[in-house]
Each structure stands twice: as C-alpha cells, then as structure tokens.
Design a protein around this ligand. Structure first.
Ligand code: SF4
Ligand code: SF4
Ligand code: SF4
Length: 411
C-alpha cells in the first residue's frame, strides 16, 4: 500500500538521520570509510522512500538483500585468505577456538552450553575478528525480538545468496506446483535431528557434516577420507540448495527447505508481533501468491482463500503481486489500515476549510506513520542497513582495490 508523498519524505528523513547516527558516525574515526558509508546511507534512504511511497517492497528489499549477501561472502572470504592464507580451516585454528561464530550454528550450541556448560563451537566467547559467540548471540536475539522470521529477509547475511540465484531466470524451469506442502517441515526435522545429535556427541555436527553454506564460507581442510567425504557433502548440498535449485525453481530452497536456524527462527519469531496478514474478504483465490512465494509459505485454506504459514520470511513478494490488495504487513490481531477510510478522511470531509485541511494532513501523517506496516518496514530497513553496513563498505573497498590494483585482497 502506498503512503503519501509527505509521509514518505518525512520518514525517509527520519531514516536518513538514524542511519547517519548508526552507520555513518562510527566511521568518522576511519576517514577513508566516510565516502562509501555516506553512499550506503544515501542508497538505503532512497530505498526507504521508494518502498514507502510506491508501496512495493520486494523489488527494492531484494536488491538490498542480494547485495548484502554477496558483499558478506566477498568480505568474509577475502578476510579469511588475508588472515590464514586460505578459506580452509586448520586443526590448529579449531584447537585455538579461533573460528568466527556462525549464527546458523546457534541452535546446536544452546543446549550443551546451558545444560552441560560446554561450548561445542570452536569460537571465543568474546573476541576475534567477528566478535565471538556472545556478540553474535546478542545480535541474533535482537533480530528475533525486532524482526522475528523477517530476520531471513532483512538481517541474515546468508539469505541473499539463494535469493540472488532464485532471480537469475525470468520463469522457473522446474515446476513446484505438485510439491506437497509437507516439504515445508523439512527444516524443522533438520533442526531437531541436529540439535539432538549435537547434544549427544557434543560436537557441532551440522557444521561438520551438513552445512551447504560451507560452499561460500570456511571449510575444514581436506586431510583424510573423512574430510574428503565432508567436502563432497558440502559441495553437493551447496551447489544444489544454494545455486541450482534456486535457479531452476525460482525459490529460496536452502532457506525454505533446509536451514535449521530458519526453522528455529519460525518458532521463536512468534514472539515478534509482526505478520503478513490476509484480508479474506478481499482475496479472490487467484493462487498467484501461493505460486510465487519463494519459501513455500502460502497454501489455500478450507475456504480456498490464501493462508500464510509460520515459515513466512516477510519478504513482501505476495504483498506486491496480489491483484486484490488482500495481503499486507500487520500486527497479530491488527491488520494494516493503509488505504482504508480513517479519521483523517472524516476530518477532511468533502469540502475542507482552511482549518480542516492542515489538521487532516497532520492526522493522516500520524495514521500512516503509526500503521503496523510502516512500523515494520522502518524497523526492518534500519536493522538491515545497520547489520549490512560494514560488509557493504568492505566490499566497496575491495572492488575499488580490484579495479586499481587487480586484487580483492587488501594486503
Ligand atoms: S533460513 Fe537460515 S540462511 Fe536463510 S536467511 Fe534464515 S537463517 Fe539465514
Ligand atoms: S494473490 Fe491475493 S487474491 Fe490471489 S490468492 Fe493470494 S491473497 Fe488471494
Ligand atoms: S508469504 Fe509472502 S511475505 Fe511471506 S515469504 Fe511468502 S511471499 Fe514472502
């Protein structure tokens, strides 16, 4: 749903100021970063305006999220090669607990840490280039509270990878129409099995045996048959779930069908009040949203109207494409009211006088600014822009370095 020009401009300025404080100001000490940081803040402010004023979320959010995902891969990989000479993890790095904490490993780590007091992921509690376990856990918890499962469309630095590949083709080459909805439970099964397995053997088994993201992050050095088999599993799952299936199906197959953190996020994210809501009176059961949802999160209910499953990542695609305007961001128990008759319309009346006109404009601004969909979008954009900032800045520098010196590495 569109917001008025006035509301969009004012909220864009608010976003610009917030980003200046949270993204630009921390770079003042590192003067060289000021220009890329300013460019990123301006880009995010323009994106905020386009999303708010056009009412279209998916196109602009997706551009941001894919840039973020690939910037992360570029910066993280280059960082590893600069620090260790390779993306491979040596036994010494593991023994010294110097592996950067990965948020996808959080589900396996919690039970052994709480019940047995053992940290099974080989990272520092606090410290190291990416902060260690405590800061990553803190950021993830803030994400759970502020975004819920929307973390997977606005905050996670891995999600942009399969989203990026899912946009390569204009039309899917592999139809998912006959796919049974029960496939949506697969990540929950992966979550339960890996959490129990990790607790039993006190090792991060998902990271050791199953993680498709090893394809784009660090992996254990191949030294024997066991690590050779692990590498084959990582490459097969990574190529399949992150690249080939997203391209062919136009779906986020890793996030929708495998990731255990995404499954956990669906459950703990219920504590977050934002949802994608369907107005059943408006829905004309056309099936477009069900067909295009990138995470298989929409099915038809008994009344043939569309329903949203708990795995919805709040990507905004169904909201943008619904021909009836039946889908919107809302709160539990409170749908969006954008585009409906409200107090400002009553104040304005048919022939507003000089007092009614500014009063209606003021009330209209408050109504639009405090609408659940606007509050959700402002929160999500701010969170995403802050988290992505350092990776996007780093990627900009490395691309400049590539153009000038012919290498992505800074030393
Ligand atoms: S499903 Fe997993 S990898 Fe995908 S965005 Fe969510 S947490 Fe990240
Ligand atoms: S796209 Fe809109 S009208 Fe069509 S099924 Fe989905 S919610 Fe209903
Ligand atoms: S239900 Fe809508 S917002 Fe949620 S993941 Fe599917 S398309 Fe995106």
């Amino acid at each position: 749903m569109k917001r008025s020009l006035t509301t969009s401009v004012i909220l864009t300025l608010v976003m610009f100021l917030l980003l200046a404080v949270f993204v630009l100001a921390p770079q003042i000490a590192r003067r060289a970063n000021l220009v890329p940081a300013a460019l990123w803040v301006i880009a995010m402010a323009i994106g905020t305006f386009l999303i708010l004023h056009s009412g279209k979320v998916y196109r602009y959010r997706s551009a941001f999220f894919v840039i973020y995902g690939f910037a992360f891969v570029l910066v993280f990989s280059a960082h590893l090669i600069e620090g260790r000479g390779s993306m491979a993890l040596s036994q010494e790095t593991i023994a010294r607990h110097e592996v950067p904490m990965c948020p996808v490993a959080i589900p396996q780590v919690i039970a052994p840490a709480v019940i047995k007091g053992i940290m099974i992921f080989p990272t520092k509690l606090i410290g190291g280039p990416y902060g260690g376990f405590v800061p990553v856990l803190f950021i993830w918890l803030v994400g759970v509270v502020t975004l819920g499962r929307a973390w997977c469309s606005w905050g996670c630095f891995f999600g942009g990878i399969d989203e990026g590949f899912s946009k390569v083709l204009r039309k899917p080459r592999l139809s998912t129409k006959s796919m049974h909805p029960r496939w949506r439970y697969l990540p929950f099964a992966v979550l339960i099995v890996t959490v129990m397995w990790a607790f039993a053997v006190l090792e991060p088994v998902y990271c050791k045996w199953l993680c498709p993201l090893k394809l784009v992050t660090e992996y254990r050095a191949i030294t024997d048959l066991r690590t050779y088999v692990q590498a084959i599993i990582f490459i097969t799952l990574g190529m399949g779930l992150l690249i080939i299936l997203p391209i062919l199906m136009k779906k986020r197959t890793h996030c929708a069908l495998f990731c255990p953190l995404g499954a956990l996020q669906s459950v703990v994210g219920l504590a977050n009040p934002y949802r994608v809501r369907v107005d059943k009176d408006l829905c004309v059961s056309c099936g477009k949203c069900e067909q295009d949802c990138p995470t298989f999160s929409i099915t038809k209910g008994e009344d043939k109207k569309s329903e949203t499953f708990v795995t919805c990542v709040r990507c905004g695609k169904c909201i943008d494409i619904c021909p009836a305007g039946a889908r919107s961001y809302g709160l539990v128990g409170r749908p969006s009211t954008l585009g409906r008759a409200k107090l400002s319309s009553h104040i304005r009346g048919d022939r507003p006088n000089t007092l009614q006109r500014p009063l209606a404009a003021l009330v209209g601004f408050v109504e639009e600014a405090l609408d659940p969909s606007t509050l959700f979008l402002m929160t999500a954009i701010l969170f995403g822009a802050i988290l992505s900032g350092s990776f996007v800045l780093g990627a900009m520098w490395r691309l400049v370095n590539l153009a000038v010196h012919g290498t992505l590495l800074l030393h």
